[in-house]
Design a protein around this ligand. Sequence first.
Ligand code: URA
Ligand code: CA
Length: 432
Amino acid sequence: MVDLIEKKRDGQELSTEEIKFIINGYTDGSIPDYQVSAFTMAIYFKGMTEKERADLTMAMVESGDQIDLSGIKGIKVDKHSTGGVGDTTTLVLGPLVAALDVPVAKMSGRGLGHTGGTIDKLEAVSGFHVEIKNEEFIELVNKNKIAVIGQSGNLTPADKKLYALRDVTATVDSIPLIASSIMSKKIAAGADAIVLDVKTGAGAFMKTLDDSKELAKAMVRIGNNVGRRTMAVISDMSQPLGFAIGNALEVKEAIDTLKGEGPEDLTELCLTLGSHMVYLAEKAGSLAEARTLLENVIKDGSALEKLKVFLSSQGGDASVVDDPSKMPQAKYTFELEAKEDGYVAEIVADEVGTAAMILGAGRATKESIIDLAVGLVLRKKIGDEVKKGDSLVTIYSNFENVEEVKAKLYESIKISATKVEAPILVHGEITE
Ligand code: URA
Ligand code: CA
């Protein structure tokens, strides 16, 4: 291991076997944290070649279980988002592409954050559950083209250990390490093809467009180099996506979007990501054709119908699709009123996310209990004109006192006296 640290420190390329040796030794405990810390720091400064990145990814994939989706007919395309605030795309995209027979075999978690994960959100639909057996999961996807199962098995243990170590050694911020970490998890989950939604802006993991592009390129290269067709869309997270931030609130927003009545930005991003998914799944000959097909399943109601089938096949009350008020409802609503005339210049996404978490929409720690009913609905987005007294945000709360939340929101929403342009939604697409 000392020799390998030295080799990386001096900027030389490690072989496939050398990378496997390190990852296997770290996973089984025979290589200690302090040596791997030095190794990741060497990577931080010296980087990794394209071949090393692919080797590291596959070594992490092979460190644990891999999900076998070979029983599912068709090309399994997974979508991954690098995170953001109020990102309702997964809830929309699942039924949307499944309506075109693209198999959606989603393994999902709960996790920490401003709102719950996809599973938490779906549990706003009474009866819905993800505790299904593997065989049932495969059967459901073959029959309905869509199912969601809770995380199980020992996926990418090497990544779990390495990520935790990086977190305390100032080595999270390394493109080769981030790219291989994310890609290893997607590949272990069994995807044949991967569409990445790399967020950029204040509310994203990557704050600048250059960094986001570099991360996207790194991930696309890894995917294609290990035989999984991969592409990335770089999308804006300088403000939250859509209007709703919360669990039941986002399910309602997804329903609206599948009806063709959703927020413009969320709809557009779902059509963009969805087109790539449909194209990679070979259900359309071009992106333009894919988009038309997606627009058609929204118009003719089949995407909405697919959502109902999906919910009821996993025990959920599908009648919420026609009557979203059957989902948990907050006791109180409050309006955050604009204090002056002007134009919305900034909606700092992660601050708004924190406000939603204070209401109880997300988990601060693993033990926190989520309140599915609460959250925020933005009434204005960047570029919108506002008059003093207009509502900027509706706050859905089960607490009577929301002064802390209001203060946080006032801090994060900036009003400018002069006109502001709405941000570009899609900053680029990276293929090959
Ligand atoms: N997310 C991941 O999964 N891994 C990283 O290294 C960074 C963000
Ligand atoms: Ca949203």
